[in-house]
Design a protein around this ligand. Structure first.
Ligand code: ADP
Length: 446
């Protein structure tokens, strides 16, 4: 097992990884920008190294500084968290070339899944159903027109190198296609430096359902059930739940089994998430994330596993030690992402936190790195915490969640707590009756 792990991240996820390591008897190294000198992940780590100025490009994305910090402190392994360098295949390779263990998948798997066309092809080859569309990149408008005619409008033009919902354009009809194709290519080039695009059938009322998988270095793979992440604003997840209110046990087992088998065939290691759109009883692969997800705690709450601990264990070469048959999913969990944003306009609201009182009690977990007196810096993502609630069933979970949102006090800044309060009172949400477009309408309704 490792003796010292460097955590190449900040905020709640850096703290989350630190906590898992501490409980395993592993020492931790925090890295931080000058803006984060007072951050909780820095205070709690055994050692801390400043790796650069506030701008992420010069600190949390600064590969030479991070590798130097690992060398100076004698770390054995590096955990990238999510965001920042977590899906950068070159970073993962460099970590390994410098003699450290990368706590995550192989650089080749990160690279493959980072190219959405290659990912879709790999999914098809391993038996995962995909959204109908082009077989690879689409080079000309004529070709796009031909494919759209075959699969039927509306269609979605997507960037091969896409991420964060950018580089996606819908064409409702033939008349829209040329423009959508051009806009998507231009956006893909400016955002990702790669203008390659492909076409998919645009599903009109799907849910976003993703399967969590976990694999060791010895070919053992399990799935940890699914999460429903359909509640999105601008393709950003707002609230996630496990299990999905839309699936029954046989669908759950089937999609989990398909995902785990595909991962076994790929020889993948570590945690990963296979994202699907689900419509009219069918699952369609959209992409795979080769890292820990923000919403991983809802899975932990229903299956009783610490996913970060498992990631660290398998990275050190330990076998899983259990099979699919040993795993049980119990109860229901919901996560609310708490952002430092105006709950109506979604304008960021950084600043100093005044009184701070997170909710507690049975089945309640708050993953956050903020504290009373903490100044939320304006340079990074606006998510400042996650409220995760578990109950014996969805109804108990919802009752508990309402109670927690009422208790939650974060003074001094604006947060999305009022948005979540409104959401958990809505009958469609309470009935689990929503798709990926539902939240946009709900947000606009006020
Ligand atoms: P990104 O990597 O940018 O997040 P994804 O492929 O994961 O892109 O898609 C993000 C979101 O866009 C999905 O969760 C879904 O809401 C929507 N989306 C993607 N593909 C389709 C599709 N074929 N039809 C309808 N919506 C889609």
């Amino acid at each position: 097992m490792f003796e010292k792990v460097l955590v190449a991240n900040r905020g709640e996820i850096a703290l989350r990884i630190h906590r898992a390591c501490k409980e395993m008897g592993i020492r931790t190294v925090a890295v931080h920008s000058t803006a984060d000198a007072d951050a909780m992940h820095v205070r709690l780590a055994d050692e801390a190294v400043c790796i650069g100025p506030a701008q992420a490009r010069e600190s949390y994305l600064n590969i030479p500084a991070i590798l130097s910090a690992a060398t100076i402190t004698g770390a054995d392994a590096i955990h990238p968290g999510y965001g920042f360098l977590s899906e950068n295949a070159d970073f993962a390779s460099m970590v390994e070339e410098h003699g450290f263990t990368f706590i995550g998948p192989s650089p080749d798997h990160i690279r493959m899944m980072g190219d959405k066309i290659a990912a879709k092809r790999a999914a098809l080859e391993t038996g995962i159903p995909v959204v109908p569309g082009s077989d690879g990149a689409v080079e000309t408008v004529d070709e796009a027109m031909h494919i759209a005619h075959d699969i039927g409008f509306p269609v979605l033009i997507k960037a091969a190198a896409g991420g964060g919902g950018r580089g996606m354009k819908v064409a409702e009809t033939r008349a829209d296609l040329k423009n959508a194709w051009q806009v998507a290519r231009t956006e893909a080039m400016s955002s990702f430096g790669n203008e390659e695009v492909y076409i998919e059938k645009y599903l009109s009322r799907p849910r976003h359902i993703e399967v969590q998988i976990l694999a060791d270095l010895h070919g053992n793979v399990v799935h940890l059930g699914e999460r429903d992440c359909s509640l999105q604003r601008r393709h950003q997840k707002v609230l996630e739940e496990a299990p999905s209110p839309a699936l029954n046990w046989s669908q759950r087992n089937e999609i989990g089994h398909v995902a785990a088998e595909a991962i076994r065939k790929l020889g993948y290691r570590s945690v990963g998430t296979i994202e699907f759109l689900y419509e009219n009883g069918g699952f369609y692969f959209i992409e795979m994330n080769t890292r820990l997800q923000v919403e991983h705690p809802v899975t932990e709450m229903i299956c009783g596993l610490d996913l970060v601990r498992e990631m660290v264990r398998v990275a050190s070469g330990a076998p899983l030690g259990y099979t699919q048959d040993n795993l049980r999913f119990s109860g229901h969990a919901i996560e609310c992402r708490i952002n430092a944003e105006d709950p109506d306009t979604f304008q960021p609201s950084p600043g100093r936190v005044g009184d701070y009182h997170p909710p507690g009690g049975l089945g309640v977990r708050v993953d956050s790195a903020i504290y009373s007196g903490y100044a939320i810096p304006p340079y990074y993502d606006s998510m400042i915490g996650k409220l995760i609630v578990h109950g014996a069933n969805r109804n108990e979970c919802l009752m508990r969640l309402r109670r927690c949102l009422e208790e939650y006090v974060i003074d001094g800044i604006k947060s999305t707590i009022p948005l979540h309060q409104r959401l958990v009172a809505n009958p469609d949400f309470v009935n689990g009756d929503y798709d990926i477009h539902w939240l946009e309408k709900f947000v606009g309704m006020k």
